[in-house]
Design a protein around this ligand. Structure first.
Ligand code: PLP
Length: 221
C-alpha cells in the first residue's frame, strides 16, 4: 500500500503541474482506480486513504467476484448486453455505452430496479476497427435515441486512446472528443463527465480537457 500511496502522490503532483501550466483547477479532475487484477483488500486500504473514492472494473465476472457495497464502482470495459443485468444498480457509472440495444437493456434493467442508471457514451477516438465505441460523427444520433429512455441518463463521453503508434497523434484523438463534449454540454445540462486518460496518456488527456482519468498500472505498479 505504501507504494500505491506514493504513486498516488506523484500522480496528484503531475496533474497539479499540468493544471498550473494550462490554468485549470486540479480539483476538477477525478481519478478513478482501474482496479482489475487488484484484490478487494488492496482496494479497501486505498479507499481508507481517502483520496480515491471510485473503483473501475472492466470485466463483469471480476466485478461480481469483488463487489462490495461499501465501495463505489464504475464499469469501464466493453459490456455485453446479456451481462447488463449483473451490474445495473451496482455501478455509479457505466462508461462504455456504444450502441442502442445496450442502452435499451440498461434502461429496461434499471426500470425493473426502480432506478435511473448513469452512463457515458464511449467514443472510438482512434477510429480503430474491432474496438468498442461509436464514431464521433455518430454520437449525436445515438444520444438522441438514448435520451428518449427514461431509466438511463447519459452524463458525458468516454474515450480509450488507441495503442500508441508513431503515425497517430494522441492529441488528434482526444481533441475531437473534447470538442464534441463541449458542444453537447452547451445543449444538455446532464453532460458533465469527460472520461479520458489512462496510465500512459493521462497528463495529455488532462491537457486536452478530460475531467476523469482511469488509472491502473501507474497507481498499482
Ligand atoms: C485497465 C483499464 C484502464 C487503466 O489502464 P492503465 O493503462 O493500467 O492505467 C483504463 N480504462 C479501461 C477501460 C481499462 O480497461
Amino acid at each position: 500500500m505504501e507504494k500505491t500511496i506514493a504513486n498516488l502522490e506523484s500522480i496528484l503532483d503531475n496533474i497539479a503541474a499540468v493544471c498550473a501550466r494550462i490554468g485549470r483547477n486540479p480539483e476538477e479532475i477525478e481519478i478513478i482506480a482501474a482496479s482489475k487484477y487488484q484484490k478487494l483488500d488492496t482496494l479497501k486500504s486505498l479507499y481508507a486513504d481517502g483520496r480515491i473514492k471510485i473503483f473501475g472494473e472492466n470485466r463483469v465476472q471480476e466485478m461480481m467476484e469483488k463487489y462490495d457495497p461499501s465501495l463505489t464502482w464504475d464499469f469501464i470495459g466493453q459490456l455485453q448486453t446479456n451481462k447488463v443485468k449483473y451490474i445495473v444498480g451496482k455501478t455509479r457509472l457505466i462508461h462504455s455505452v456504444d450502441r442502442l440495444p445496450l442502452a435499451e437493456e440498461i434502461n429496461a434493467r434499471a426500470a425493473r430496479a426502480g432506478i435511473v442508471q448513469d452512463a457515458l457514451i464511449e467514443i472510438n477516438s482512434g477510429n480503430e476497427e474491432n474496438k468498442g465505441g461509436v464514431e464521433v460523427d455518430a454520437c449525436r444520433a445515438l444520444y438522441e435515441s438514448i435520451r428518449a429512455l427514461p431509466n438511463i441518463r447519459i452524463k458525458g463521453l468516454m474515450a480509450v486512446a488507441p495503442k500508441v503508434s508513431e503515425s497517430v497523434s494522441l492529441r488528434a484523438c482526444f481533441m475531437p472528443v473534447k470538442r464534441l463534449f463541449d458542444e453537447m454540454r452547451e445543449e444538455f445540462p446532464d453532460f458533465q463527465i469527460l472520461s479520458m486518460g489512462m496510465s500512459d496518456d493521462y497528463l495529455l488527456a488532462v491537457e486536452c480537457g478530460s475531467n476523469l482519468v482511469r488509472l491502473g498500472r501507474v497507481l498499482f505498479n
